[in-house]
Design a protein around this ligand. Structure first.
Ligand code: NAD
Length: 330
């Protein structure tokens, strides 16, 4: 199998390339990435053909997609606050970029296209858990770009018979996720701050909830979808229905790091949703072999990764145990 990963130098992309490189059926991996938020270091030591550039560059996509069996489209500016500051940049990268990817897929003879949408499309719809059949209600330009991504996938499936599968990722976290830029996600940001003895900033009272999903679990689902060529134009939630408040997350981080989390509260952010929890029925039915990693285990693995790769410490016993057992199960 020849697979293209757009955004493959990013957090989820780098983890996915690594997971796919271990699959015997995968013969060739190509990455298209403009390195706007990603880093080639995420692909260090992996055998990939790297196409540096923008997903809006049709000629570049034609080269990368030639002979491909599948495309996993992850390239995007992945941030709500960033989309509020520069909605057009988000639109170009995320919506126009998706349309270019689908056009290139059509020209390349119709590889399987899996794409990343987001739980943000549920927006202000208060219903919990978030079932894929609920009305979408985007609250940010970012969410609109992701809804557009889904709509284009569905249109290309129905108009051109393109085999597609859109996933709604929830809050993905884990090793490889950056903590050092203004739009960093909450888990790496708070773990890094806590390890450095600095306070974490909580927007609102901390009772807002999220369905955190470990990146290794996301990669299991994506790999299974690729290898079994799962096709469905209707979006599938990629989260397992857990519901953790930010105050609950703080407790997990205290356990994972062994440090007290210092907190400062500021006002809630525009565009943020109060509660997010997936209905995981469709996901579990389509991918019965994938089991989620518990938040406790995932935050420990993330804290260990931040300590070893960013802060230069040696891994904890629990991480070494996990690495040993992962090796045994290979
Ligand atoms: P990331 O920023 O680490 O990865 C995105 C990658 O896309 C980066 O390597 C970046 O350089 C690349 N990129 C951005 N714009 C590009 C362009 N125009 N052309 C080519 N490459 C481009 O983010 P991530 O967390 O790995 O997110 C991957 C995907 O998952 C994104 O589509 C994001 O919207 C979606 N998603 C992520 C989460 C999450 O919790 N991480 C949640 C919902 C959806």
């Amino acid at each position: 199998m020849q697979i293209v990963i757009t955004g493959g130098a990013g957090f989820i992309g780098g983890n996915l390339v690594q997971a796919l490189a271990e699959q015997p059926h995968v013969t060739r991996l190509r990455v298209v990435d403009n390195l706007s938020t990603g880093d080639k270091a995420n692909l260090a030591g992996l055998d990939v053909d790297f196409f540096e550039g923008d997903v809006q560059d049709a000629a570049l996509l034609d080269q990368a997609f030639h002979g491909a069996d599948a495309v996993v489209h992850l390239a995007a500016l992945p941030s709500v606050p960033r989309s509020l500051q520069d909605p057009l940049a988000s639109h170009h990268a995320n919506a126009t970029g998706t349309l270019q990817v689908l056009e290139a897929a059509r020209r390349a003879g119709g590889p399987h296209v899996i794409a990343a949408s987001s739980s943000s499309v549920y927006g202000s719809n208060p219903h919990l858990p978030k079932h894929e059949g609920l009305a979408t209600a985007p609250m940010s330009p970012y969410a609109v770009t992701k809804l557009t991504t889904e709509a284009y996938l569905s249109a290309y499936h129905h108009s051109f018979d393109l085999p597609v599968l859109p996933f709604r990722f929830f809050n993905v976290y884990g090793p490889g996720q950056r903590a050092d830029h203004p739009y960093a996600a909450v888990i790496p940001k708070w773990i890094s701050a806590t390890l450095a003895g600095e306070p974490v900033t909580i927007h609102g009272d901390g009772t807002q909830t999220r369905d955190f999903t470990y990146v290794g679990t996301v990669c299991h689902v994506l790999t299974d979808a690729l290898l079994r060529r799962v096709v469905d134009p209707r979006p599938v939630n990629l989260a397992f229905g857990s519901r953790t408040s930010l105050l609950g997350l703080i407790q997990e981080i205290e356990t994972a790091t062994g440090h007290v989390v210092k907190r400062q509260h500021v006002s809630a952010r525009t565009g943020d949703v109060a509660h997010s929890q997936a209905d995981s029925g469709r996901l579990r039915a389509l991918f019965p072999r994938v089991a989620p990693m518990a938040l406790e285990e995932g935050t420990t693995a993330t804290a260990d990764w931040i300590q070893t790769s960013i802060m230069g410490a040696t891994p904890s016993e629990s991480t070494l145990d996990r690495m040993r057992s992962e090796k045994t199960h290979d």
